[in-house]
Ligand binder design. Structure first.
Ligand code: DX5
Ligand code: ZN
Length: 235
């Protein structure tokens, strides 16, 4: 795992999703971001938990060897317990699995931490927050899907803003340091809404990689985030 000091700060982190990059020319697609991001979000899909298949730990390991930034891996797979070790060995920084795909999430969170990665759980839009409430002591991150998982380029589900707000309150009340990530349909148009609701890690795929200049778009995201961090007193 690459060391990542900023995880423990209150600063909002930008995680561009390579799902919307040119996967056949990934090095150049990522280079086009000009380092204007914090972590690279890697969507692993197995054709079962979600319809499509993307890539596995071997590709992620090769990517990890080529870029300096930490990798944030989002496992959209059945039986995630069978895969966490190979991703940890690939050098990723954070590993997130879906609550809906795990019978023993607490055990899996502890295993991910013992493998040296930040451990996270993701919830589909319809899955209640109550399903992770008793996991908070074992988590480093909660990922709220703000679209139904499986595809880039979908519209943000506006009813998720309330869920983000409730998740932030639940985390703050617990006293545990758990980052709150949002994923799906996030652009600079709704960035302020999700940050003000309490998100502190933002995934964005199509809004960044489909922009005319992905590096400039990522830079604009980061500058909007710094302004919102000041407004929200996260600096
Ligand atoms: C969707 C993935 C997302 C996706 C987001 O299932 O988990 O990470 O890449 O893409 P946008 O930002 O285009 O909604
Ligand atoms: Zn994702």
């Amino acid at each position: 795992m690459k060391t990542f000091e900023d995880w423990a700060t209150r600063r909002t982190l930008l995680c561009p999703s390579i799902l919307s990059a040119d996967l056949s020319d990934l090095s150049n697609s990522v280079a086009a971001l000009n380092d204007n991001y914090d972590m690279l979000h890697c969507d692993v899909m197995d054709g079962s938990f979600v319809p499509l298949i993307t890539f596995g730990s071997q590709m992620v390991k090769q990517l990890s060897g080529k870029i300096d930034k930490p990798l944030d891996v989002h496992l959209m797979v059945q039986n995630p317990e069978e895969q966490v070790r190979s991703f940890a060995e690939a050098g990723v920084c954070s590993l997130v699995f879906h609550r809906e795909a795990s019978f023993h999430p607490q055990r899996l969170l502890n295993e991910i931490r013992s493998l040296g990665c930040y451990a996270g759980v993701s919830l589909n839009p319809a899955t209640p927050l109550e399903d992770v409430k008793y996991l908070l002591p074992d988590m480093d991150m909660l990922l709220l899907m703000t679209v139904n998982p499986g595809f880039g380029g979908q519209a943000y589900l506006s009813q998720m803003t309330d869920k983000i707000r409730s998740a932030r309150a639940m985390i703050d009340d617990s006293g545990y340091q758990v980052r709150l990530q949002v994923d799906g349909g996030i652009s600079r148009d709704n960035l302020a809404d999700v940050l003000r609701a309490g998100a502190d890690m933002v995934v964005s795929g199509s809004a960044i990689f489909n922009a005319a200049d992905p590096g400039l778009e990522a830079q604009a995201f980061q500058s909007d985030m710094r302004e919102l961090d000041r407004e929200l007193k996260r600096v």
